[in-house]
Design a protein around this ligand. Sequence first.
Ligand code: CO8
Length: 257
Amino acid sequence: MASDTIIVETHGRVGLIRLNRPQALNAINVELMGALNAALDAFEADPQISVIVVTGSAKAFAAGADIKEMQHKTYPETLVADFIADWQRLARVRKPTIAAVAGFALGGGCEIALMCDFIIAAETAKFGQPEIKLGIMPGGGGSQRLTRAIGKARAMELCLTGRSIDATEAERAGLVARIVPADQLEAEALKTAAAIAEHSLPALLLVKEAVNRVAETSLAEGLLHERRAFQSLFATHDQKEGMAAFAEKRPAKFENR
Ligand code: CO8
């Protein structure tokens, strides 16, 4: 779908998607979400791409779903169309994903960041689930992924009050992996993504699957899944190469990147 609501770039093996509705602080509407999903499909299918970065502008990652677009929807309409059911594509991407967040990441914006594997935040980032102030509630994982990320007490407080937290509080809560100066956000995210993309892609995909099992399964099942995935990597050339390179004191040259 051709749309100017996102900008898509490639940087070596890293695919970058920039949310781009500056007039609405990157509020997520149907057009933007369609374009984002299409870009994710394309990067997922592209063998030249190993890691995906999602970012916004200096002022806003995304200030939520587009309130003006949703304003007049009725309950039967949302139910019959299963409104926002297809807004979770990002969470199903198999390749590693990083959210690079500056400015507002509110409501659906916070939820999109949470759908990524981890968040790198600028000092200016602000996270929150302000839906309660609109008479609604989080709908894209704010009550679920946020709770898993920062625990019940903190998530409950944020969802019930609608209060925003800054980057420091978000880092302390475990919501963000790292805070960087605002003018270095994109460079740092791309650098981190490029470093990840150097690794063996089969190993990256299995790491991601195994970590994500935590939310879906018991410890015993998760440990079994991890062990079987670990064992399966001994079938790859990259395991032979990675271990040979260590023994020979040279950088590894992975073939499945
Ligand atoms: N929807 C539509 N337009 C928006 C949104 C939004 N969420 N946020 C900002 N805008 C628009 C404003 O209306 C304004 O437009 P205009 O210039 O035409 O009046 C423009 O962006 C700039 O915004 P402000 O003038 O308000 O900028 P400020 O710097 O004064 O304030 C804020 C910034 C605090 C971020 C403020 O804009 C705000 O509170 N925005 C709404 C935040 C919010 O409530 N978000 C939650 C929305 S509901 C939701 O996300 C449901 C999620 C469903 C699941 C999604 C899964 C991915």
